[in-house]
Design a protein around this ligand. Structure first.
Ligand SMILES: NC(=O)c1ccc[n+]([C@@H]2O[C@H](COP(=O)([O-])OP(=O)(O)OC[C@H]3O[C@@H](n4cnc5c(N)ncnc54)[C@H](OP(=O)(O)O)[C@@H]3O)[C@@H](O)[C@H]2O)c1
Length: 247
């Protein structure tokens, strides 16, 4: 797909980034990540990803949300990026209805501490209830606060933390099989290490930042690098928009 002198339409992007068609029987969950990185591997600048993104990256970001059942995100990204509920967008309404999806994806926050501001619109006025994934040992009073605010708490781990494979299973059991994670790096690192990531949508922005910013995936490294293959690559204004699938 060549941009020529126009921007890609949301329909074109939705085609280019369609989730794989589910096979016969119970649909298996498909977990894709969407991340942006500078040339030198920074996943943020001044604590946010906006300075290393651009308008087309945000269109793809919106498209991937428009295709997803649920957006899985680490609590620190929610806190730092000031997450709001996902919007229902007219451009995706027909496609979502045909796919049996609600008007917007649910946001599913991964948190052990549940140290989240439950008075925010993300919890009090989303189109579909926000999910909070945590461990069985999470503080009961925080769980009660989350639920009172309107969030749906899902236990996906035996201790304080969430176990990545269990989180994917729990979301699938709730009927969410088109999964999108927006990181951040600490969460993505665990999803990579657990081998549950099927696809990475990676924007490489033509910027150098030096410094000590996080990479897109952090935490302990895996014993053997996981091999992914390039599925598609778009270019516009020097930004590369790659889609990589598990080899
Ligand atoms: N470049 C990009 O595409 C991109 C994308 C997203 C974010 N970012 C940037 O990344 C930064 C934030 O990312 P981050 O890596 O520091 O944090 P993160 O992964 O977004 O969130 C980390 C938090 O998630 C919770 N968490 C993670 N794993 C957990 C587990 N197994 N069980 C329970 N809770 C778990 C914990 O929350 P509690 O502390 O509540 O327990 C933890 O503190 C921001 O600067 C943001 O701008 C960049």
């Amino acid at each position: 797909m060549a941009p020529e002198d126009r921007e890609w339409s949301l329909d074109e992007l939705a085609e280019a980034y369609a989730y794989p068609e589910p096979g016969p029987g119970e649909p298996a969950p498909w977990l894709r990540a969407n991340m942006v990185s500078t040339l030198d591997g920074a996943a943020q600048h001044d604590g946010r990803s906006q300075p290393i993104s651009n308008a087309t990256d945000m269109r793809i970001f919106g498209t991937l949300r428009g295709l997803a059942d649920v957006v899985l995100v680490g609590a620190e990204t929610v806190r730092q990026e000031g997450y709001r509920p996902a919007r229902a967008r007219a451009e995706f309404a027909e496609r979502r209805e045909a796919a049996g999806q609600g008007p917007a994806p649910a946001i599913a926050i991964v948190s052990a501490s549940l140290d989240l501001d439950f008075s925010l619109p993300l919890f009090t006025s989303p189109l579909v209830p926000t999910l909070v994934l945590t461990g069985a040992a999470a503080a009961p009073d925080r769980i009660a606060t989350a639920e009172k605010a309107g969030a749906r708490v899902v236990i996906a781990g035996d201790g304080m933390g969430v176990e990545p494979a269990r989180a994917v299973r729990a979301l699938a059991e709730l009927g969410h099989t088109r999964l999108l994670t927006e990181g951040g790096p600490r969460l993505l690192g665990q999803l990579v290490a657990a081998g549950v990531l099927d696809e990475l949508c990676l924007t490489v922005s033509p910027l150098l930042t030096a410094g000590d910013a996080q990479r897109i995936a952090g935490g302990p490294s895996v014993a053997v690098p996981h091999r992914f293959t390039l599925v598609s690559l778009l270019e516009e204004g020097g930004f590369l928009y790659g889609r990589y699938g598990r080899a």
